[in-house]
Ligand binder design. Structure first.
Ligand code: AMP
Ligand code: GLY
Length: 423
């Protein structure tokens, strides 16, 4: 079996690691991959947004299944183009990827489907947006509708801040076309939970939920990032919550998308806010695996991943995915200057005697001409600890994160603090 994973982050390294673990004899390809994916797969030097080149490579290599990691190529229609050439592909069509790529459309779908989410309005021009903000209770949230690399949502304590965020998006156009439309929404109180579900379009299989840490600094301070760490399982996750998420969030969303001519298959990621009574609202949908959530979810899948991804790709019945009861915690090591202007090029040293249960997933790394491992992106590595308990996993992840070195390394020592506080 030959599998191609598109993308170059920690999520893609974790996917390839999990595929290899389950199918040691499979031939694995990554495009473009990183220095970590090169340890388990052959990297093809094709950027993830080069759609025709990716399709040609998949055809030439006679790939049995393509798994698309990032939202960018999904929104550009990579899955449609691959399926058009007869290649089974895990990931939604370009039309269905709008559930992430257009927050305005995603809100329309949620409202039509009766899915709980913050009350919102969408604007394409500044004056009505400012008028709406002027009458909105504080705090409030202003979001660029399009893809903005995780930077498009601004939580505003005051109407004045919200007005300047709307102006920056609609007038100064800081996010370019991604800010053609702006969503203004109510602030939701609660605790966030990432619920990822595999779906073949009709059936859904919820994977072990995870909690991300979006802020750069310990104590959830500092700017929003792509995610500085994650853990799974999360005690917030109960059978009652899963049932609610399935019947009130996932199933109605999939049905409404199909009704609109954009049926979804792949992994639907519901970013939830869970309130004090345990009721979930959707903060956002993503059309792909989360990063760094994947680095804690996949190590907990004991079997069935490859078959499940294939079933989603082919639209066939979902097989059972079995979950390991162990806990996983991942700590992201980021470069100096992340998230604004990450420095590249620092030499990375990974000791060979990291604690048992430590998994090092590469995100922004490359090997230079001399074979030296160097930082090549904002998030450099994700260091996952797997252990019998949350505390054990947290200790392993943190200890390994301490011992890996590169100049400018930034990381949080408090990943999982909410879980630790609950216990
Ligand atoms: P998004 O890009 O929509 O996922 O938003 C990024 C982050 O901003 C989320 O993970 C939340 O932490 C925060 N956020 C977004 N929308 C809301 C909201 N309506 N209420 C509270 N926090 C929000
Ligand atoms: N960790 C958040 C995301 O993948 O969007």
């Amino acid at each position: 079996m030959k599998l191609l994973v598109v993308g170059s982050g920690g999520r893609e390294h974790a996917l390839l690691w999990a595929l290899k673990r389950e199918q040691p004899d499979a031939v694995l390809l990554a495009a473009p991959g990183n220095a970590g994916t090169a340890l388990v797969a052959t990297n093809l030097p094709i950027p993830a947004d080069q759609i025709p080149d990716l399709v040609d490579a998949a055809v030439r290599e006679r790939v049995d299944l393509v798994i698309i990691g990032p939202e960018g190529p999904l929104a550009l229609g990579l899955a449609d183009r691959l399926r058009g050439r007869g290649i089974p592909t895990f990931g939604p069509s370009g039309a269905a990827a709008r559930i992430e790529a257009s927050k305005a459309w995603s809100k329309e779908v949620m409202v039509a489907a009766g899915v709980p989410t913050a009350a919102s309005r969408t604007f394409a021009t500044l004056a009505p947006a400012l008028a709406y903000i002027d009458s909105h209770p504080e705090p409030l949230v202003v979001k660029a509708s399009g893809l903005a690399a995780g930077k498009g949502a601004v939580v505003c304590a005051t109407r004045a801040e919200a007005a300047s965020a709307a102006r920056a998006m609609l007038d100064t156009r800081i996010f370019g076309d991604a800010g053609d439309e702006v969503v203004v929404e109510a602030f939701l109180e609660g605790e966030e939970l990432s619920v990822l579900a595999l779906t073949n379009g009709t059936e859904v299989a919820i994977l072990p939920p995870a909690q991300d840490h979006k802020r750069l600094q310990e104590g959830d301070r500092g700017p929003n990032t792509g995610g500085m760490g994650a853990y799974s399982p999360v005690a917030l996750d109960t059978a009652a919550l899963r049932a609610m998420v399935t019947t009130r969030v996932l199933e109605p969303t999939l049905a409404e998308m199909a009704r609109r001519g954009a049926p979804f298959s792949g992994v639907l990621y519901a970013g939830l806010m869970v309130d004090r009574s345990g009721n979930p609202s959707v903060v956002e949908f993503n059309c792909r695996f989360g990063d760094p959530e994947t680095q804690v979810i996949l190590p907990r899948i004991a079997s069935g991943l490859v078959d499940a991804l294939g079933a989603c790709a082919r639209g066939s019945r979902l097989p059972e995915v079995t979950i390991d009861p162990s806990a996983a915690v991942t700590t992201v090591l980021a470069a100096r200057g992340y998230p604004d202007q990450p420095e590249r090029g620092a030499e990375i040293t990974i000791p060979d005697d990291l604690p048992d249960g430590a998994l090092v997933f590469h995100a922004g790394t490359r090997r230079d001409e001399a074979g030296i491992l160097r930082a090549a992106g904002g998030r450099v590595l994700a260091v996952t600890g797997v252990g019998a308990t949350f505390a054990a996993a947290q200790t392993i992840s943190r200890a390994a994160a301490e011992r890996i070195t590169f100049d400018g390394k930034q990381f949080r020592r408090d990943i999982g603090w909410r879980e630790a506080a609950r216990r």
